[in-house]
Design a protein around this ligand. Structure first.
Ligand SMILES: C[S@@+](CC[C@H](N)C(=O)[O-])C[C@H]1O[C@@H](n2cnc3c(N)ncnc32)[C@H](O)[C@@H]1O
Length: 164
């Protein structure tokens, strides 16, 4: 689906993107969620988890990658990486409504970014063949799936991390 570039807000900057380099990213599946409009999506994983059963999502993996799922059922949480296919890619400075000042894209979790990769540490509820029932993703229905990795509390959780 084509991204939907909106008019820049005051303080926002668009850039001319460099020519694409062929990273040969292969989408490995799609994420089925209850949301067809951005405004209906949770803003982040925490909000998705707070919605409970209303936010259950199915990570549908192409059966060609089935063997790659061996062992996932032992993990309580997985990192789900997905491709925000409906975001602008050239907004290097952004002015989100919830911030007082514009901020650079790499200081934001915005879906609009040069490589629109999003991430969520999602709770794994059930594995059914090549479908993972999860809680914690915040994307539109049909969002392409980039990768799945196990979440390790021992190395991924940073108790003293700070944010502005
Ligand atoms: C703020 S982003 C956070 C994404 C991810 N949790 C992260 O931290 O990388 C989540 C928002 O992106 C928007 N969004 C969801 N799916 C999208 C898609 N396929 N393309 C563009 N924007 C999307 C929705 O407005 C949603 O609330």
């Amino acid at each position: 689906m084509e991204p939907d570039p909106r008019e820049p807000r005051p303080g926002e900057i668009r850039i001319d993107l460099p020519a694409p380099t062929d990273a040969a990213i292969r989408f490995i599946g799609r994420i089925r969620t209850p949301w067809r409009e951005r405004s209906h999506c949770p803003k982040n994983s925490r909000e998705a988890i707070a919605r409970g059963d209303q936010a259950l999502a199915s990570v549908e993996i192409d059966p060609r990658f089935a063997d790659g799922l061996r062992g996932v059922e032992g993990f309580s949480h997985l990192w789900i990486l997905y491709w925000m296919d409906r975001g602008a890619r050239d907004l290097i400075m952004q002015a989100p409504a919830h911030l007082a000042e514009p901020r650079g894209v790499f200081a934001l979790r915005s879906p609009a970014r040069p490589n629109p990769i999003a991430m969520a540490a999602a709770r794994l509820i059930e594995v059914k063949a090549t479908s993972l029932l999860v809680l914690g993703v915040d994307c539109l229905d049909g969002t392409p799936l980039v990768d799945v990795k196990p979440y390790f509390a021992s190395t991924d959780a940073i108790a003293d991390a700070v944010r502005p």
